[in-house]
Design a binder for this molecule. Structure first.
Ligand SMILES: O=C(O)c1ccccc1N[C@@H]1O[C@H](COP(=O)(O)O)[C@@H](O)[C@H]1O
Length: 230
């Protein structure tokens, strides 16, 4: 019997601020879109704008709301008014901070930060968030993310071996030209991109988004061929 591996890497496009960028992401085939609620970010949305943008997102496309050390009341306001499918935490939130909303959440890890600069340290930190519905790996940079910087994926070795089916989301400086190699190296559940598909912070490029999705599709096709030849 011929066995065919038809694995498809999911794609999230984050930091959307304009209706036309949502349309471009959906048209290109994105599985998820992200709204940033971090005041220091150039992609920051207020609740009213996010609520309007959310109405543009069609069924079966997931909406993520991204926070960095936000007040619980502010997160509740977003949950009530924007109705994101999933929360995404990029700050110093502890497990109880992420779990208090009883809502699915993704935990972001800043690979290379003190304590997360070895495979063992990173792995220990990840398993503190065993209730997360996804572990996202971003680079350690001066801010809390969205820097456009990549990290050394070799640090993910232990995580891949013990994730036990938990979705691994690769992020940090991905772009259309590099995402294929990153997928081949890590074989993640999903990739998350922001800077790599922008003309300037918060202003997405429809062409770059389409090129990114195309590159992901090609990488999946190549990976399937490799798997089916083994
Ligand atoms: O997008 C932001 O401004 C942002 C701010 C604070 C934390 C995370 C942020 N974005 C997320 O960072 C990663 C990597 O983004 P990039 O592709 O390197 O720009 C991604 O998950 C964004 O959603």
């Amino acid at each position: 019997m011929v066995q065919t591996n038809l694995w498809r890497t999911r794609v999230k496009v984050c930091g959307l601020t304009r209706p036309q960028d949502i349309d471009a992401a959906v048209r290109a085939g994105a599985d998820a879109v992200g709204f940033v609620f971090y005041p220091a970010s150039q992609r920051m949305l207020d609740v009213a704008s996010a609520r309007t943008l959310r109405q543009r997102v069609p069924a079966f496309v997931t909406v993520a709301a991204l926070f960095v050390n936000a007040e619980p009341g502010d997160i509740r306001a977003v949950l009530d008014q924007v109705r994101p499918d999933v929360l995404q935490f990029h700050g110093d939130e502890q497990p109880r901070d992420c779990e208090q909303f009883d809502h699915p959440y993704i935990r972001a890890f800043r690979v290379g930060a003190p304590g997360m600069d070895t495979p063992e340290g990173l792995l220990a930190e990840c398993h503190r968030y065993d209730l997360a519905c996804g572990w996202l790996f971003d680079s350690y940079s001066a801010g809390y993310g969205g820097s456009g910087l990549a990290f050394d994926v070799d640090l993910l070795g232990g995580v891949q071996r013990t994730a036990n089916g938990r979705p691994i989301i690769l992020s940090g400086g991905l772009r259309p030209q590099t995402v294929g190699a990153s997928i081949r190296a890590v074989r993640p559940y999903a990739v998350d991109v922001s800077s790599g598909v922008e003309d300037s912070p918060g202003i997405k490029s429809a062409d770059r988004i389409a090129a990114f999705l195309e590159a992901v599709g090609k990488a999946d096709e190549q990976a399937s061929k490799g798997d089916n030849n083994n």
